[in-house]
Design a protein around this ligand. Structure first.
Ligand code: PMP
Length: 408
């Protein structure tokens, strides 16, 4: 038996389905984003990035990079171990207080990533609720699905954002304890959940709520508290989870809630207990970013303007843009091979970098390009993107909307 063959044949299957992933090797130069350098097989090439989740460019913000560098000089690089063994770094204590304040909660608890926050947070909370039934939205992120699985609790899946279905399942569950897990902004379709209506149901059927705001924190609400802040629903949601790695531009994830919630997760969650804490420099940079976005609306406003312009220009060019109420701009392809070919051509011919999004990130047949416009994309960048996409769509024989064809 050749063990290596198991792995190579699995990879060959991926390649046959055109789902084998290739990541571009790029350098995002601070201060020059979205212009970046691609280390292509043929050498270095300048490119424009259109697929960053550093949505507001905060990873390049001077206050944030300075906080990280200065803290590393002052306190060193690592946290020195798990918190159970080595205690809290002071920047981590400050960060957790900042997060609790951001979401109007008693306490915050930071993990090494948003993924871990969901996985270990949901699993731990649900396990501590006797006979808990988890009600999970059909489009929840993999990290939440893993959390639900690891809890070992009974689960039911409600159709995406379907209040009638959720209510039916809540009703059928009877008196037992119930935990509803859902997101605010869904990352691939860019739609928003009906927060207040879900909270109404949770109140009516006495369920606890756990909300993933990973794609909304920093981006929505007057202080960047997410969709729940924007809609005045923060106090109605029991646990708000977020990432420090997207709009805040750094790394790490967190939950916020009552002190009992964060203390229970701190005390029982393996994904918290048994892993080295984030470095103090990361915590300090995240705090600087959160503070900046609490006080400043400028990045959000500029980004929203560029998102609206990008949607309008791409749609006007006849590209199949999925309409969304958020900053996420899916351009639909519907086929894994064509999706990859479109991205390859965009990079090779137009020096534009967008990763193809295919199964299992999205269902088969809904493969797409996921375009993210930031405050740093200029009008000229947007126009160049539209022209490049139209060239690629035409070259690959992908359908453009009739309006654009008539205009050609
Ligand atoms: N939740 C959602 C909805 C996500 O899309 C992601 C990551 N893309 C995560 C959680 C995980 O967050 P992180 O990247 O910080 O691990």
């Amino acid at each position: 038996m050749e063990y290596q063959d198991f792995f190579t044949s699995a990879l060959e299957r991926l390649q046959a389905e055109r789902r084998y992933r290739v990541f571009a090797d790029i350098e995002r130069l601070a201060g020059r984003f979205p212009d970046a350098i691609w280390h292509s097989p043929e050498g270095k090439r300048p490119i424009t990035v259109w697929c960053s989740n550093d949505y507001l460019g905060m990873g390049q913000n001077r206050d944030v990079t300075r906080a990280m560098a200065e803290t590393a000089w002052r306190l060193g690089t690592g946290a020195g171990g798990t918190r159970n063994i080595s205690g809290n770094s002071h920047p981590m204590v400050e960060l957790e207080a900042e997060l609790a304040d951001l979401h109007g909660k008693e306490a915050g608890l930071v993990f090494t990533s948003g993924y871990v926050s969901n996985q270990t947070g949901i699993a731990t909370l649900a396990k501590l609720i006797p006979n808990c039934l988890i009600l999970s939205d059909a489009l929840n992120h993999n990290s939440m699905i893993e959390g639900v699985r690891q809890s070992g609790c009974d689960k039911v899946i409600f159709r995406h954002n379907d209040l009638a279905h959720l209510e039916e399942l809540l009703q059928a569950a009877g008196e037992r304890p119930k935990l509803i897990v859902f997101e605010s902004v869904y990352s691939m379709d860019g739609d928003i959940s009906p927060l207040h209506a879900i909270c109404d149901l949770a109140e009516r059927y006495n369920a606890m709520t756990y909300l993933d705001e990973v794609h909304a924190v920093g981006m929505y609400g007057a202080r960047g508290g997410g969709i729940a802040e924007r809609e005045g629903a923060m106090h109605r949601v029991d646990v708000i989870e977020g990432t420090l790695g997207k709009a805040f531009g750094v790394m790490g994830g967190y939950i916020t809630g009552t002190r009992a919630v964060t203390d229970a997760v701190r005390s029982f969650a393996p994904g918290f207990i048994f892993t080295t804490a984030l470095p103090p420099a990361i915590a300090a940079a995240a705090t600087a970013s959160i503070r900046h976005l609490k006080a400043s609306d400028a990045e959000r406003q500029k980004q929203q303007r560029q998102v609206a312009r990008t949607k309008a220009v791409l749609t006007g060019a006849g590209l199949p843009v999925l309409e969304t109420a958020t900053h996420i701009i899916p351009v639909m392809v519907g086929d894994a091979e064509a999706c990859k070919a479109a991205c390859d051509r965009l990079m090779d011919k137009h020096s534009i970098y967008i990763q193809p999004i295919n199964y299992p990130t999205v269902p088969k047949g809904t493969e797409r390009l996921r375009v993210t416009a930031g405050p740093f994309h200029t009008d000229a960048h947007i126009d160049a993107l539209a022209a490049a996409l139209v060239e690629v769509w035409t070259a690959l024989g992908l359908p453009l909307q009739p309006k654009a064809q008539a205009a050609e």
